[in-house]
Design a binder for this molecule. Sequence first.
Ligand code: FES
Length: 570
Amino acid sequence: MTDKKTGMRKGLTQYGDAEFSLYLRKAFIKGMGYTDDALDRPIVGITNTFSGYNACHGTVPQLIESIKRGIMLAGGLPVEFPTITIHESFAFPTSMYMRNLMSMDTEEMVRAQPMDSVVLIGGCDKTVPALLMGAASAGVPAILEVTGPMLPGSHKGERLGACTDCRRFWGKYRAGEIDADEIAQITDQLVPSAGTCGVMGTASTMAIVGEALGMMLPGGACIPAVLADRFRHAEQTGAQAVKMAKENGPTPDKVMTKDAFRNALTVLQSIGGSTNGIVHLAAIAGRLGIKIDLDEFDEIGRNTQVLVDLKPSGENYMDDMHKAGGTGPLLRELSDNLVLDAMTVNGKTLGENIADLPPPFEQNVIRTKDNPISQSGGMAVLTGNLAPDRAVIKHVAASPELLLHTGKAVVFKNMEDLVDRIDSSDLDVDKDSVLVMQNAGPKGAPGMPESGYLPIPKKLLAAGVKDMVRISDARMSGTAFGTIVLHVAPESAIGGPLALVQDGDMIKLDVENRSIDVLISDEEMAKRRANWTPPPPHPGSERGYSKLYQDTVNQAPDGADFDFLQAVKP
Ligand code: FES
């Protein structure tokens, strides 16, 4: 390692004398007991995303140990360093609000500290996109290792797991079908081990999409967090990171190309993945100067079948997908739809990795194209006078009878208004109504929370109503289900048409024709727009991160990233 730009010589602190900087740096790191031999090796950074607040990352210390073993066996020097970590249930106001901060932390720490390559340890929903966004911007060779899914739990002989079953049982509790004692017992079983949510939520989606993007060694997306296989994969990841350090590549821009994003979008459609996946992919791509075309995503969906039988679209858990072979058999089945010469982090193309897969065996989780879960992809992109810059619906998890529906709007001004009135006996709502929530987008909420899964009003639940058309500029957990239109853009807080909808307006959803419209005239729309006033600023948004967020967050089609973090076009 004699190149001045590698190892300990990389990114020297500026004292005005490079040799002095190196001498001082070595003196300090030697204070931790390193020898000159160790310090002369390629350095592999490891992001330590452990936190006592993040159950999904509970195994990170053991993963780091395995990654370090792989790095040292391959002749490198591992150096772990902390980054922000985010758990879905422990981030106020919402984890999405923190994602861009984590990406900035990752980018700057990877760039500021000497490392020839970096292993990114992600898992819980926002961590994988944040790490990939940061790594894409930093430009250092990077490889992804995920913590892996949790194992399923069991309640009265039934398998269950976070978080599709969380919602299902909570719905039963709200409807009075189960009591407080039983819901408490269920809480003990929903997260039975460390690891990420075990259904096709955002974490599973981003893990599989990360593998399809080429940023992870083959086979890594679906291995449960607590299995020995996971730690073996981590060891191999460490060894591969040393190879990448020695060869100075591939860098993220060589792996996450336009072709790789097309592959990721195809896989996202074929797994019935989380709607969050499209927002995150747009943000990651934006860091590399690539624009995700939502209409292309829709076209991919029309030509891609859902092949993975996992909750919430199907029946199984990630543990089952691992036993069925993980992402590999899915990629093989999708071969005709993929760009096979896209490069991956192991230096092989996606097609070469598929060719290296073991022979197929009989299983019932990853379907063949002649026996799909759904004839089209999981998501559709909508447009119309309510969402001129597009909206998204996960139609594979919707009620078929509601995919063409016209109903009267019941409008909630924001999340607080929803909480205050949704269960009121006075609410003028029936099973055909369309629930609309405003001001829950990137700027409006802020942070575009997963509040798009508007609850069914209690009085309708009691009458047996299980689903209604619901519309917002918010996001939805990938573990949720229902006829739910999300990511309406432009968002209502900046004056998008969603802000102009009033109680009693008729709204028409037509998924087959990809349209979402409020049935009022252009003149009426213009009149309402002239009278519209923006919502008041959020408390605290005059300073700090909140101000940065409000001033610079862009809209869902661009990934709800900060505008200044996107790649600067030459
Ligand atoms: Fe972490 Fe679901 S809460 S993956």
